[in-house]
Design a protein around this ligand. Structure first.
Ligand SMILES: C[S@@+](CC[C@H](N)C(=O)[O-])C[C@H]1O[C@@H](n2cnc3c(N)ncnc32)[C@H](O)[C@@H]1O
Length: 216
């Protein structure tokens, strides 16, 4: 069976959007979200909106399944996106207050792709939002802060909300420290060790796990 794919318009919008996700990983994320949302008929949720690149794919998958994509970000950028760091983009600094604000770019991205209707954006810190949350989710995609503090907070806050047989997707999992930071990898290892998740696919640094046990 061929994996579900985003519409050509969504794929073009994804490729044009600011952000960090390569196309191959994006297609794997879309396929996971479309499959889980169709099967479970529950919302999908992302931690780490940035400018909406990966959100477009979740929104398209949510639209196809008749559910909602939720995306969480404080829009002030991660450590490595701050001025002077490797992934800083000066065009997403708010000149009035002098700090990063990716929310306007995200809203433009979503609007231009015609996907606004399918997304609820939460602006705030991931653990705070998770503490308010009470709805089971078909899929949780973790792509927020890449320090241990933030990646662990995202996992502890959101993994318990993955529905039975739902999916937990983690980005930037690098088993070899030479390839990248280790915090997402440590979260990935913790999820597997919990007994609650089983790995179902690997696409470069994108790992898809299925909730197959209680254990959280
Ligand atoms: C790697 S970027 C997300 C990239 C995006 N998924 C894409 O495909 O382009 C990480 C984002 O997580 C956000 N972030 C980092 N720590 C956070 C936290 N504790 N709560 C909410 N958002 C956070 C940052 O503001 C940043 O926009």
């Amino acid at each position: 069976m061929t994996a579900a794919a985003p519409t050509p318009d969504t794929l073009a919008a994804f490729e044009a959007a600011k952000g960090f996700m390569p196309v191959g990983e994006g297609l794997a994320l879309y396929a996971a979200a479309a499959e889980a949302a169709q099967r479970l008929r529950l919302p999908v949720l992302e931690v780490g909106t940035y400018c909406g690149r990966s959100t477009l794919l979740l929104a398209d998958a949510a639209r196809a399944a008749g559910v909602t994509a939720v995306t969480v970000d404080h829009h002030r950028g991660s450590e490595e996106q701050q001025p002077g760091w490797e992934y800083h983009d000066p065009t997403v600094v708010d000149p009035e207050v002098g700090v990063m604000d990716t929310l306007p770019t995200f809203r433009r991205t979503l609007r231009r792709a015609g996907l606004e209707e399918h997304v609820v954006a939460i602006v705030g810190r991931s653990p705070r939002a998770a503490r308010l949350w009470g709805t089971p989710l078909a899929l949780v995609f973790i792509d927020g802060g890449h320090t241990d503090e933030h990646a662990t907070g995202d996992y502890e806050g959101w993994a318990p909300h993955v529905a039975p047989e739902g999916l937990l997707v983690i980005h930037d999992v690098f088993p070899d420290p030479a390839d990248g930071g280790q915090a997402p990898y440590r979260v990935h290892q913790r999820a597997l060790a919990s007994g609650a998740f089983t790995e179902v696919s690997v696409t470069d640094s994108l790992r898809v796990l299925r909730r197959t046990g209680p254990g959280l």
